[in-house]
Write a protein that binds this ligand. Structure first.
Ligand code: SF4
Ligand code: SF4
Length: 148
């Protein structure tokens, strides 16, 4: 249970990578009100997201196709207010334990799907399937605490 004993900044690359629960919730399209700056999350996933495998289709080359994809790091984890409350990095950064469905707890990558904690089990659609003008119809939550 290295995540209970180490700070994020002290984790090895392998430990850091293994923390990701592969929920895909950070790959949803966020909308921002042009006047207030208010952020909203949607149930639409990025064009590079593979709904079959619930992962990025080309993670190592993703910035070639999606230049505003943000890489999580110890330096920005507390600033990314749009991360879901279930995000393993956010939980560890806040000194909380992982959920029982996390693969590091259950020993099984399928538990997150069986317990319906991914964007795919939430019924996400791809941003490419929807006209941009209709994105607002897919808002799922208002992100209350955010940096303008
Ligand atoms: S929200 Fe967090 S745990 Fe889920 S896929 Fe994104 S980085 Fe990984
Ligand atoms: S480029 Fe890949 S990692 Fe980045 S938001 Fe899109 S699907 Fe997710």
């Amino acid at each position: 249970m290295f995540w209970k004993e180490k700070q994020l900044r002290d984790m090895s690359d392998d430990e850091w990578e293994s923390l990701c629960d592969r929920c895909g919730k950070c790959c949803t399209i966020k909308l921002q009100d042009e006047f207030s700056g208010q952020l909203f999350d949607t149930s639409l996933v990025c064009k590079l997201f593979d709904k079959k495998n619930c992962q990025c289709k080309n993670y190592s080359q993703r910035h070639k196709y999606v230049n505003d994809c943000i890489k999580l790091s110890v330096n920005n984890i507390d600033k990314l207010k749009w991360l879901p409350d279930t995000c393993a990095y956010k939980l560890v950064a806040e000194g909380k334990d992982l959920y029982s469905w996390h693969h590091l707890m259950s020993g099984n990558y399928n538990t997150i799907h069986e317990t319906k904690n991914t964007v795919v089990t939430d019924g996400a659609k791809s941003e490419t399937d929807i006209e941009k003008i209709d994105y607002e119809d897919y808002i799922t939550r208002e992100i209350i605490d955010y940096d303008k």
